[in-house]
Design a protein around this ligand. Structure first.
Ligand code: ADE
Ligand code: ZN
Length: 335
């Protein structure tokens, strides 16, 4: 099973680039920027990665991201993740980035987007990994601040495919961002949002009806509401599920209790993703491997999850079909 998963062609649809920041690289970049960290060593920092909830994690994640200063820093971070994609047979990835985490510290939007997108271009050439970008608004900040970010993004519009919504969910419902999502859609961005990770089913309804999202990040709590489940199926929206993130942030107690299998059985379109792999103890393949073991997933279910990852990506139909053909050939030989 492990070999089957490792070699399975797949896409990753829920990944925060700031969440791929491994302690080793973080220390290296802090050093070259003359930034002194609160933690004395890589080991000490890694030990701090223990969380009771989403906010615990976000506090440390924003601290880590605070050492990124130059275009080279953003390039190195992104290229390092894309190298891991190539090693895991991740053929395509849709990378979220949080501009406000950096612009709030005085880093220019241009520095962030150029560093990330140059790494994406290089990975296409050197690693044969395809990638596109999702600009995420921080929901703990105001809608006005999100509007400012939207404005800053316009000159770089052709480098960005979608907009997302992340950070502290509870108390920051999707409706807070109604106008900026409307404006983002007008600019041609595809809307997605984190919903139903810690927030209840009502947050998912708002993301669907008010933000008009085309994919649901997490979405675990849709299971609270039968009508919502049916609506998600009717609209053919996929959920980007992140199993190791859910256990790390205590959204789910044990992987054995994870509702992914139930979601599949209900007919929801699901995908497996790593969210913030440097913080949650596993890259995307580890998420597949651990979840397969915990829920006894079959090869056919794993194949379907990988197929969904291409099908529900924001690639063109022709690119989707190319990847799905590659996946089908692999599955026929290895099932
Ligand atoms: N930012 C990075 N990871 C996140 C998550 N899992 N939920 C909300 N915001 C995030
Ligand atoms: Zn996330």
């Amino acid at each position: 099973m492990q070999k089957f998963i490792e070699n399975l062609p797949k896409a990753e649809l829920h990944l925060h680039i700031e969440g791929t920041f491994e302690p080793e690289l973080l220390f290296k970049i802090a050093q070259r920027n003359n930034i002194k960290l609160k933690y004395g060593s890589v080991e000490e920092l890694r030990k701090a990665y223990s969380f009771n909830c989403l906010q615990d994690f976000l506090d440390i994640y924003y601290q880590g991201a605070g050492v990124l200063m130059t275009e080279q820093d953003f390039y190195d971070l992104t290229y390092s993740y894309l190298t891991k994609c190539a090693e895991q047979n991740v053929r395509h990835t849709e990378i979220m980035f949080d501009p406000q985490t950096h612009t709030e510290r005085g880093i220019a939007f241009e520095t962030i987007i150029n560093g990330i997108s140059k790494a994406v271009e290089a990975a296409k050439q050197n690693l044969n990994v395809s990638a596109l970008l999702i600009m995420s608004y921080l929901r703990h900040l105001s809608e006005e601040a999100a509007f400012k970010t939207l404005e800053q993004s316009i000159p770089f519009k052709e480098k960005i495919t979608a907009v997302g919504l992340d950070s502290s969910e509870k108390g920051n419902p999707p409706s807070k961002f109604k106008n900026v999502f409307e404006a983002s859609i007008k600019e041609g961005y595809i809307p997605v949002a984190h919903a139903g990770e810690e927030g209840d089913a009502g947050y998912i309804w708002e993301a669907l009806d008010i933000l008009k999202i085309k994919r649901i990040d997490h979405g675990n709590n849709c299971l609270q509401d039968e009508a919502l489940i049916q609506e998600i199926i009717k609209r053919d929206l996929a959920l980007t599920v992140c199993p190791l993130s859910n256990t790390a942030l205590q959204v789910v107690k044990d992987l054995k209790d994870h509702s992914l299998k139930k979601m599949i059985d209900l007919g929801l379109k699901t995908t497996i993703n790593s969210d913030d792999p440097a913080y949650f103890g596993g890259q995307v393949n580890q998420n597949y491997i651990d979840t397969q073991k915990a829920l006894n997933l079959t090869k056919e279910e794993l194949y379907q999850l990988a197929k969904n990852s291409f099908q529900y990506s924001f690639l063109s139909d022709s690119n989707k079909n190319t990847f799905i053909k590659e996946l089908d050939e692999y599955y026929l030989k290895n099932k």
